[in-house]
Design a protein around this ligand. Sequence first.
Ligand code: SF4
Ligand code: SF4
Length: 350
Amino acid sequence: MADPVYEKLIPALNARSTAYPAVKCDEFFDLVSFLFTPEEAGIFAAMPLGLATVEEIAENLPKGDPKKLAGQLETMADKGLIHIRERDGKKVYEALPFVPGITEFQLMRGIVDDRHRKIASLLRDYSRAMIKALMSATPPSLEGHAPGKKVVVDKEVEHKTTIVPLDELKELIMKTDYISVGTCICRHQGALLGKPSTKPVNNCMVLGESAQFATERGFTTRMTKEEAIKRLEEADEAGLIHTFANSPDLFTNLLCNCYKDLCMFIRGVARSPFPNMSVNARWVIKINADDCTACEACIPRCQMDALKMEDGKLVRDEIRCIGCGVCMWACPTDALSLEPRPASKIPLKA
Ligand code: SF4
Ligand code: SF4
């Protein structure tokens, strides 16, 4: 029987994000009691939404000693449970959401040992239980609570994962001061559970202030802009979709390179009847029929099955295309390009 304090983590996590919600079940308690000590769970649940000083967090705890608490918060940051920044020369602390946040930090160091095999299996078991609970006839409420605030989660606002084609990504990288890279958590989890991927694994990037935190705590390694662009080109060549989870409300700018064999997120998008609505898809593929030789090299590159031949001609499925641009790499005649998606004009398909 898990300590009752772990139950307080459910609203505290959901108040931060429900991209991967906290749902009450045995598998949730197995996971969080492995990651948090009971004392750490109590501290996490006492943290206000957003950035807070150690004194502000201590006010929410019955025996809040700021000096002792500062040490505990450092340990929690090393464990990837919270984030620490500096504001006006003073440390401020922020509890992390499950995703993007705690989950990534558990596996992006790429460590292979019994502890990380255990984490991989706990995450797998919880993911299955959470999906089962959400799909049930009586799905749980996902309201979140943190001291001083009650959050009613708006799923439309919540979903901010953006598909970014390579050329646009290169521009973003050139404008970013701090870039770091870690191990893809999905493919690493697969390897830890005996299902390794054939795709490259060292391409899960964190950008900006969060990258500095992740590097200083040993989750990621800093890289230059040129190294980052080369890594992204390799990912593109391997057919990986570039996804960017960034939100001013969340701690991180996480740039993933996804493949549906082991990535729960992109697999879910591919299984949707409306992939372009499951993500922030801002582009759609454009086929220049005059240049297309109907060689079909682009078709197997598409993880969304958005390209097919009809009467000897390549056609796109506008609803399935998420504008990742991964198909373009294969085209020998440059017949493919991306055009901005006129979102409001897309017809629904039953
Ligand atoms: S058609 Fe091309 S751009 Fe569209 S989803 Fe498929 S690979 Fe990505
Ligand atoms: S790879 Fe290029 S030429 Fe070949 S079918 Fe696709 S768009 Fe046409």
